[in-house]
Design a protein around this ligand. Structure first.
Ligand SMILES: [Fe+2]
Length: 165
């Protein structure tokens, strides 16, 4: 394990966006106080998650704790994991896993991380840090809100074509 432990605090019903970490690290997530809902997806499911291009998040309007499958039909095809963490429990998130966390009650957590070991994930991490992030910042400067709207639209069109039935 390398790197400094990170602390996260959350109030009741606060949540993170569904995202994966820029370095696709391996994470041990320790939870303290109360209860927290965690939803995870491996990278293999990315195509079903309405990922926003040039970012590390899915479309921000999806409520992963109670998804509207009429609005996000392809999400039904994604195979993930759901659990609830209670005081003193630890969750291992394999490298690059997507994660969404919602604090059912106020609480806090601590993460310990190690860099990606799978060469494919390590390459993706380097691309994210060295290319994707800078490209996105540059496009935001040039195109502003239009760039963001365009990416959100592409998150939907780029996923919905996988719709079955
Ligand atoms: Fe994260």
């Amino acid at each position: 394990m390398k790197g400094l432990p990170m602390l996260f605090f959350g109030g009741e019903n606060s949540h993170t966006f569904m995202h994966y970490d820029i370095d696709l690290g391996n994470i041990f997530h320790f939870h303290f106080e109360g209860e927290k809902e965690c939803i995870l997806f491996p990278q293999s499911e990315t195509k079903y998650l309405y990922k926003v291009p040039h970012s590390l998040i899915t479309h921000e309007s999806i409520d992963f704790s109670n998804p509207d499958y009429e609005m996000w039909p392809v999400l039904k095809q994604a195979n993930g994991f759901r659990t609830k963490l209670k005081h003193g429990e630890v969750l291992y998130m394999p490298e690059g896993y997507w994660h969404y966390m919602k604090y059912s009650t106020p609480g806090f957590s601590m993460s310990l991380r190690a860099i990606a070991r799978n060469p494919k994930n390590l390459a993706k991490a380097l691309y994210n840090v060295l290319v994707m992030r800078h490209f996105d910042v540059m496009m935001r400067k040039i195109k502003g809100q239009k760039w963001i709207d365009q990416k959100n639209k592409r998150a939907i069109s780029g996923t919905n074509f996988l719709k079955t039935g």
